[in-house]
Design a protein around this ligand. Structure first.
Ligand SMILES: [Zn+2]
Ligand SMILES: [Zn+2]
Length: 251
């Protein structure tokens, strides 16, 4: 998009949102109470922002005294393709419900609020990856074009766009999904990895860059791992997966 048009579109977005906030209190998509400012109400925001101890490498919840050098017991020594992972929270309860809603185009509006909540709730972990000389690129995991056409939008891109704005970073779309894979739900880790081999490629060089690789859910890590490998092949130095929900994948 022409940068001027892009700026105008963003201004119109802000104006529309401010207008909506003024005239219409919103119902929280989790508990249905009226909320203003963000549709996710203060109580639900607080609940979703709670942090337990998680593995910094794979974002799985772990006990408070777990040894975390080189990852947790589940990921240590296992090549993941990415260097670190940050999640809003475990994939159950409201996070699961919201992620399922995000798969439908009519609930695209939720992406902005979830991404903002993620940016605010996990700000310390995200800021630790942003240095003076390192401005990570925010990159969504792409859908194959056929899937994108069916769904009408890519929820990972909507999340990445809102996350980039909230953190003052740039979103880029270097990845292309070149291999269409059957639905992966219920498929084990090694089978997923095999099916996703060579599924992504990068259209541009990313030499020395840190990348925030954004998706809605991290399950076995096979999809994000394959996308991260394509980013590394294009020269990316560090890939940090950023997701809303962290699900436990089947072995
Ligand atoms: Zn609520
Ligand atoms: Zn781990």
């Amino acid at each position: 998009m022409n940068p001027r048009l892009g700026r105008l579109a963003r201004l119109l977005d802000v104006a529309r949102d401010s207008f909506t906030d003024l005239v219409a209190p919103m119902a929280c998509p989790i508990c249905d109470t009226e909320s203003s400012g963000s549709p996710i109400c203060v109580d639900c925001r607080a609940e979703l922002s709670e942090t337990g101890t998680v593995c910094p490498r794979c974002a799985m919840p772990v006990g408070p005294w777990t040894r975390l050098d080189g990852g947790c017991d589940k990921c240590r020594g296992r090549p993941l393709g990415f260097d670190a992972a940050i999640a809003l929270g475990p994939y159950f309860g409201p996070i699961r419900d919201l992620c399922l809603r995000l798969k439908h185009k009519q609930d695209e509006w939720l992406a902005r609020w979830l991404a903002e909540l993620l940016a605010d709730a996990r700000r310390d972990a995200l800021l630790a990856e942003i240095g003076a000389d390192c401005q990570p690129l925010v990159v969504p995991v792409p859908l194959h074009w056929v899937r994108r056409l069916q769904r009408g939008y890519n929820q990972a891109e909507a999340l990445a766009d809102a996350l980039a704005r909230r953190l003052g970073l740039r979103m880029a779309l270097p990845l292309r999904r070149i291999k269409r894979t059957a639905i992966l739900a219920g498929v084990g880790r090694s089978e997923r990895k095999q099916r996703l081999k060579g599924a992504f490629c990068s259209r541009r060089r990313l030499d020395g860059r840190t990348v925030f690789l954004v998706d809605d859910i991290l399950t076995t890590g096979a999809t994000c791992g394959a996308a991260a490998r394509a980013l590394k092949k294009a020269g990316a130095k560090r890939v940090v997966v950023v997701v809303i929900g962290r699900a436990e994948g089947r072995g």
